[in-house]
Design a protein around this ligand. Structure first.
Ligand code: G6P
Length: 616
């Protein structure tokens, strides 16, 4: 989703602005632009397509100056055109603004502005902000830096929706202002330059100290010092300077062709990292210091709600099986976008876990806030522990998966699964789970990284199957129990990066409609490990084969039934039942990846997708 990068203080801001935008490419975008103050004029360059196109434009028509702001746009209002790309100017052409978020009442505000004679150059909601702030500034006789902050306060109080914005003004020289509400923004504080960005990844190597802005904060930067104010005019809380996270640093592809493939192969390590120091063999339990709750308090919980979006929602669904079986506590899962408006009954004996890789997903953040308002205990499960969701939750658990650049989530999904398994263990051990059962869970979890590493050895087999079926026009994915959400996730991965329609469902639902889709051209991917429902899955496979549907089965080493029945068989290391979702996930990630490669798709930046969806 849109990315913002800005800086002030360097003579030439372009190298940082362009490099920063490049590092935010993973967020997903379709056009890019940059504005710098040169002399006392603002100069803008924009281009449709990748940051490389913008670099080319800037090479052809060079820019130099400070301060500068830049942006990658993921279209929400108006098509993908240069006119709609940011930065946008106000009516005077002296103020330039970039925005991440959505101004929900933009139509009304635009009509009012048109009534006052404003002419718009784009179809975006963002341009309304530029015009409103510019107008408020021009009406103030002072026309100085405090006047711009005042104009921002006046305007932003009337804005409904979400925003992170950055502004430069030709009349104010070395001055850069920024504000946020609902969309992330981080300040980089250097000795002779200051920076802003949507994600600290863009700041690595340029500064050591960062400040994560809070909702309603306004920042004023002059290259040497900074000042924080708020939209309401009340005093801002004192800024917390933090060292830039080391994890923001590992952003290369290494020996892999794509970030996604690299991240798939990192999973033995990321799983180990997620468990490090959290498993207690002596007490046969798991510990999360970030939950800030005693065992007594957690024992009082009567219900758990797991909420999230996309891939993370599928992790939540898998968590329902894992936690209920280990801890015998009712677990409910809800899409954050539904949960926030559902008016679900919530009480202090309910714990809501807002799950989000980025920690910035707008719907998940809203679900968290709604749960808090209604008195639930709220926890975040996030990869970015400095994200808004992490900061606004009462306690939380970090995924420790490192930065995930591939837009399609992979390693963060399995990290979410392992965190939920450990959460089930911990909650189980303060309820009914015996010491010996707890020990067994720990031993099994400790074997997981190695099982995943051995599953990755199927890479070439999977690549061959992917190439063979890459011209398929429709895939079906099915599984049972905790492998049912994995089927959903497998189908989502396939859709996201190959654009092939794919549907996931519980195997038993085959007869209730999906069977109508079975024919010689529609492959079914069946997750059939050796577990209690293996025979049931075999019956489903028989039903598919009876209708000549090709079957790609994922089973367990040594299985001969699947081999004799199915067109393709991928046999995985024998594993405890609750770990089979992890291994099946690896296979489905690789299957989607190799299919996308065979089709020549842009694996790391699939069309229309954004890594972090910060608008509703
Ligand atoms: C977007 C991404 C998905 C991700 C979802 C939730 O749709 O493209 O890959 O699963 O957001 O993201 P989150 O950061 O909240 O886990």
């Amino acid at each position: 989703m849109c990315g913002i990068v800005g800086t002030i203080g360097k003579k030439d801001t372009l190298p940082f602005l362009l490099e920063g935008l490049g590092r935010l490419e993973y967020r997903g975008y379709d056009s890019a632009g940059v504005a710098v103050l040169s002399g006392n004029e603002i100069h803008i360059r924009k281009s449709v397509g990748g940051v490389s196109q913008l670099v080319q434009t800037v090479n052809e028509q060079p820019l130099r100056g400070s301060p500068g702001i830049s942006h990658t746009r993921w279209a929400t209002h108006g098509e993908v055109t240069e006119e709609n790309a940011h930065p946008h100017l106000d009516a005077s052409g002296r103020l330039a603004l970039v925005h991440n978020g959505v101004v929900e009442n933009h139509k009304h505000l635009r009509e009012e502005l048109i009534g006052r004679g404003h002419v718009f150059r784009s179809q975006t909601d963002t341009e309304v902000l530029a015009h409103l702030i510019g107008e408020a500034f021009d009406q103030n006789s002072e026309r100085n830096r405090p006047a711009l902050i005042h104009a921002m306060q006046e305007t932003l109080r009337h804005v409904r929706g979400t925003y992170a914005i950055a502004i430069i003004h030709a009349d104010l020289g070395e001055f850069l202002a920024a504000a946020r509400s609902g969309s992330p923004l981080v300040l980089g504080i250097g000795k002779d330059a200051q920076f802003i960005a949507s994600d600290a990844v863009a700041l690595d190597g340029w500064v050591d100290d960062v400040i994560y802005m809070k909702d309603q904060d306004i920042a004023a930067l002059d290259g040497e010092s900074f000042h924080l104010a708020t939209v309401s005019g009340s005093a801002a809380s004192p800024p917390k300077l933090r060292k830039i996270e080391l994890e923001a640093r590992a952003t290369g592809k290494g020996r892999f062709a794509h970030h996604m493939l690299k991240e798939i192969h990192e999973q033995p390590e990321t799983l180990r990292e997620a468990m490090k120091g959290r498993l207690d063999l002596e007490e046969a339990t798991a510990r999360f210091t970030g939950l800030h709750r005693s065992n007594e308090q957690l024992r009082d919980l009567k219900r758990i709600i797991l909420t999230g979006c996309g891939t993370t929602f599928h992790a939540a669904l898998t968590g329902e099986y894992l936690i209920e079986s280990l801890a015998r506590i009712p677990v409910e899962c809800d899409y954050a976008s539904e949960f926030r408006y559902r008016n679900a009954p919530i009480d202090p004996e309910t714990a809501v876990f807002a799950m989000s890789q980025s920690g910035e997903t707008a719907d998940t953040l809203a679900a968290l806030r709604e749960s808090k308002r209604k008195g639930a205990l709220t926890f975040g499960i996030c990869n970015n522990v400095f994200s808004t969701i992490s900061r606004e939750s009462e306690g939380g658990i970090g995924l420790r998966a490192g930065v995930e650049i591939g837009v399609a989530a992979t390693k963060t999904f399995t990290s979410e699964l392992v965190i939920l398994s450990m959460l089930g263990l911990m909650l189980g051990r303060i309820r009914d789970l015996s010491h010996s059962d707890g020990e067994e869970v720990i031993e099994n979890l400790q074997s997981l990284p190695d099982l995943v590493a051995r599953t990755l050895e199927c890479n070439d087999l999977i690549a061959g199957i992917a190439a063979k079926y890459s011209k398929t026009r429709n895939f079906l994915f099915m599984g049972r129990q905790a492998n049912f959400p994995i089927a959903l996730e497998g189908a989502l991965k396939m859709k996201e990066i190959t654009y092939i329609p794919a549907t996931g469902y519980p195997s038993a639902e085959l007869k209730h409609g999906v069977i109508a889709l079975i024919n010689e051209e529609t492959p079914s991917i069946v997750l059939a490990p050796q577990d209690d429902v293996f025979e049931k899955n075999i019956s489903n496979i028989e039903e598919i084969k009876a209708r000549r549907g090709p079957v790609i089965a994922l089973g367990t080493h040594g299985d001969s039934t699947l081999r004799s029945l199915c067109d393709e068989t991928i046999l995985l290391p024998a594993a405890p039942v609750f770990l089979t979702p992890f291994l099946n996930t690896i296979v489905l990630q690789l299957l989607a990846y190799h299919t996308a490669v065979a089709l020549g798709c842009n694996v790391d930046k699939p069309r229309n997708l954004a890594k972090s969806v910060t608008v509703e």
